[in-house]
Design a protein around this ligand. Sequence first.
Ligand code: F6R
Length: 586
Amino acid sequence: MCSIIGYYGNEIAAPILVKGLKRMEYRGYDSVGVATESENQIELKKGTGKVSEVNSKVQLDTLPGKVGIGHTRWATHGKVTDANAHPHPSNSGKIAIVHNGIIENFEELKSQLENEGYSFKSETDSEIIANLLQKNYEQTNDVKETILKTVSQIKGHYAFVAMFEDGQLAAARFHEPLIIGVGQDDFFLSSDVLGFIEYTDDAIYMENGTFVLLDKNKFQIFNFEGEHIGYGITKVSKEFGDAYKGDYAHFTLKEIYEQPETILKAGEKTFDAIENTADYIRHAKNIYITGSGTSYNSALIAKQILSKYVKIKAEPIMSSELQFNPETIEENSILIAISQSGESADVLEAIKIAKKANCKIIGIVNLLTSSLAREADVVIGLNCGPEIGVAATKSFTAQLVILYKIVQRLSNNEITINFDEFSESVSKTLDNPSNIKEIGKELKDISDIYILGRGINYPIATESALKLKELTYIHAEGIPGGELKHGPLALMDSNVFVIILNPNDSTYSDTLTSAREIKARGAKIIGVSDVKSDVYDYWIEIPKVSEVLYPISEIVPIQLLTYYAALEKNTDPDYPRNLAKSVTVK
Ligand code: F6R
């Protein structure tokens, strides 16, 4: 996944583009580039690395001109090299493009263009867009006709912005996000409102299968049939502008520390949506819950709390697996789709499959302008503000709070949860990080960590493993406690650390026994519990809370532990290698 940006206005474009790219870096951060138009000439600079690194190397922000495009890349086709970084110029140098998505028929188009004499400097699928535009523009001499012809030739999913040497901009959207920012005297084209929120909060969310032409302070939007279409301007919430680290060293740390507040805000003002969801659940033939990564771990917890507290059966389905098993979905059921971004391609594919089977879709999602929010019959907002750190932290706990609220509603409020009290207990954990910091130091040279939990604590074990992999690159694995003796015990020796999730719930004594068995093999034990035990080499104390809340109580200190371990290992906690915040490709 990548971020694209375009600017047309009265200011010098390059510094504005660089700033916008920095704010969208969470979308992809292995290379970056900017191209601008000045006096009917396109100038371009790019390189590998983060925005600030490349900018200090090649001074992207010194390019001249009041029109420009920019890009941060997350490599899909071709390695991380300067040549593969965007923007890509066409052979004539008269057009440059930035692209997010995948062109599925690029090999076929590339060899056609090569036969016609075009050459390619990169290994990317994106570069064919630049040359196809050049070819079509040379034939039509009209930007609108050029875009129409080009979008009819490329297959896949994409958002691209093209800049012509006379300073015209054109941008097309097909299954990848593209937003127009409408300022006083200038316009922005961007993958995310974060790209322009400092300058304007008026946004046009472009429909799928449309393109925009931008020239001399006016813009027109067309569909892929060439028909002129209208648009609505959305006032974007100013809270998106909060996407700054403030006094925190990293976004991830800031987002971990926001949780006492986001726990309280999760699902706020969505009483009707929660009520509707409870109603759908009560009357559904089957209930499926889907998500990817962290959001799938929430689905696993949802299954357990629905059965334990309200005796309702639900089936969690990993979104990426459903396409290989679509018959799992029975007609007229409901699919609860959980996603921070609302743009994960696998989740959207799962929704497509469920809709085909005539299922209703409930979306639990942070970005209310996302594709998931638009596809869902009922939408419940996480309301946790922008999450920039690539690893999900506050969005996970907000998802759990919403799931608890749904269960509460289904129990006709017989299950009561005091979220105010709970939020305070999370604050207490976060207020005393020194013990967790010290334990983080111990993980510096470790190559394997296992996390063991039973029952509802098992999904937290898999979520903890996911966090450790992402942030520290340590091999980490969640183990269901009862399975220890069926294999994983063979791995235990003095080289490994095991985190034992052991709250004082119904799993407590069995899990303590597992901890003793592991310790007897020489492994070091980190106990996460509200009860101290001599079996733990290190103890992370969690507050005594009602049983349903233990998962959140456990994951918050583990997020913090992982963050501090990442600092020890000198990895970048906000931008783990090879990953991107929302995975819009399958
Ligand atoms: C883990 C993480 C990913 C996401 C996954 C789904 O820390 O961030 O595993 O949870 O890519 O993303 P969303 O929730 O945006 O669909």
